[in-house]
Write a protein that binds this ligand. Structure first.
Ligand code: SAM
Length: 254
């Protein structure tokens, strides 16, 4: 089973849970989403591809702020919920990020946004090559992913540098849900990004919004002392990947 097929099956099973507790939960709305939105800047009039749109919360924000949005997710059930949220205002597609994005033309997009999606994919090189292909010169990628320090602490304490697949269980009580993702070191991220010809404009380890302290003091304290997620803003310069310095990091063989 490919990473995408596994993610589709896991997210189809927990779409209703995710819609209420994760996408609509305080961690996303008072930590992840404000940081991502802060990196996006003005999206008015821009062509945006949203990767792994989930239940469409950010899709709706992008539309409300004037972007033309094409959004996709590998989970049909997540896309169904996103469609019920945004109606026909966005072009919604069921697609796997591991495959070529054949539904997006070369140099047709100003911005790619991927919130908490890339850790579900082991091999980032073809993904960033596709982002480079579809972006107009000067376009941007904004993405959030698991912070390697969090993954190292929680899942892979014996070897920070290992690229390791982990299955965790989200939710308690009547909502236990399995999620399978990849942990990787920071260099694995930055070298793959550089090799694809992107420049890193911003790399953020933000805290939560001030409101989280009263909404969830325990989570607020946790996020003020240790990062859950890492945020990137990348630029696709006019020069092609061949003109960029090539990195040396390669994923280890299985
Ligand atoms: C943690 S959720 C994030 C959803 C949304 N971006 C948000 O911030 O609420 C991860 C999403 O990535 C999607 N996903 C995982 N692997 C994928 C893949 N290979 N191709 C497309 N979507 C994928 C999942 O189906 C899920 O909707």
């Amino acid at each position: 089973m490919s990473d995408g097929e596994r993610a589709a099956s896991q997210y189809d099973a927990m779409a209703a849970y995710y819609s209420v507790n994760q996408g609509g939960g305080v961690c996303n709305s008072h930590y992840e989403r404000p940081a991502t939105i802060g990196l996006l800047g003005d999206v008015n009039g821009k062509d945006v591809l949203e990767v792994g749109c989930g239940t469409g919360v950010l899709t709706e924000w992008l539309l409300d702020h004037g972007a033309r949005v094409k959004a996709f997710d590998v989970s049909p059930e997540m896309v169904r919920i996103a469609a019920s949220r945004v109606g026909g205002r966005a072009d919604l597609v069921i697609a796997n990020l591991e495959q070529p994005l054949s539904f997006v033309a070369d140099r047709s997009v100003d911005m790619v946004v991927a919130s908490l999606v890339l850790h579900y994919v082991r091999d980032w090189a073809p993904v960033f090559a596709e982002f480079r292909r579809i972006l107009r010169p000067g376009g941007h990628v904004v993405f959030s992913t698991h912070h390697p320090a969090m993954d190292w602490k929680l899942y892979s304490s014996e070897n920070y540098f290992a690229v390791k697949q982990v299955t965790d269980t989200w939710g308690k009580d009547d909502w236990p849900r399995e999620v399978t993702f990849w942990c990787r070191p920071l260099t694995a991220m930055t070298e793959t990004i550089s090799s694809a010809g992107f420049l890193i404009e911003r790399l953020l380890e933000p805290g939560p919004t001030p409101e989280l302290a009263s909404l969830d003091p325990e989570l607020d304290q946790k996020l003020r002392t240790a990062p859950d997620f890492l945020f990137f803003k990348l630029c696709a310069p006019a020069a092609g990947p061949a003109d960029q310095p090539q990195g040396h990091w390669r994923p280890p063989e299985d």
